[in-house]
Design a protein around this ligand. Structure first.
Ligand SMILES: [Zn+2]
Length: 146
């Protein structure tokens, strides 16, 4: 199984766990779903720095969503989507997207600039940390664990 598939299935499990846990804690379904999707995206985001399957899907998403934002005359959002897509590619594989400082910086930046979205940034960061944990297990005896 490729690394992408391991990360993807791990992301599915982590996001399902977040969905169930937040619903059990009394959260609204929409909020739980958004947090769950943020965990899923965070767990797959670090490997957008290579020519991986998630990177190809992200490119398609960036292209379609940018076209949509241009169509609705909000090109700045299309530009933001493209910048987010390109940002992992400015570094080597397992560069800044795999540093423990990244989730801290993302959460802190969102907390300062877009305070109302901080919980989403925390969920995204949890996904990043889940990705790092799985990456660190892979080179050792758990290489074919999943
Ligand atoms: Zn990775």
């Amino acid at each position: 199984m490729s690394d992408f598939k391991k990360h993807n299935w791990f992301a599915v499990g982590a996001s399902a766990l977040v969905l169930i846990a937040t619903l059990a804690a009394g959260s609204k379904f929409e909020v739980s779903l958004i947090l769950s999707v943020a965990v899923y995206l965070g767990a797959n985001f670090p490997d957008l720095d290579t020519a991986s399957t998630p990177s190809k899907w992200a490119a398609r998403f960036a292209l379609v969503s940018s076209a949509y934002f241009i169509y609705v005359e909000e090109p700045i959002y299309g530009l933001i989507v493209c910048m987010i897509y390109i940002s992992p590619k400015v570094s080597k594989h397992r560069g800044w997207t795999h540093k423990f400082s990244t989730p801290v910086l993302i959460t802190a930046t969102v907390l300062i600039i877009f305070r109302e979205y901080t919980l989403i940034a925390v969920a995204f960061s949890v996904g990043l940390l889940a990705h790092y944990a799985l990456d660190r297990l892979n080179p050792f005896e758990f290489k074919n664990w999943i």
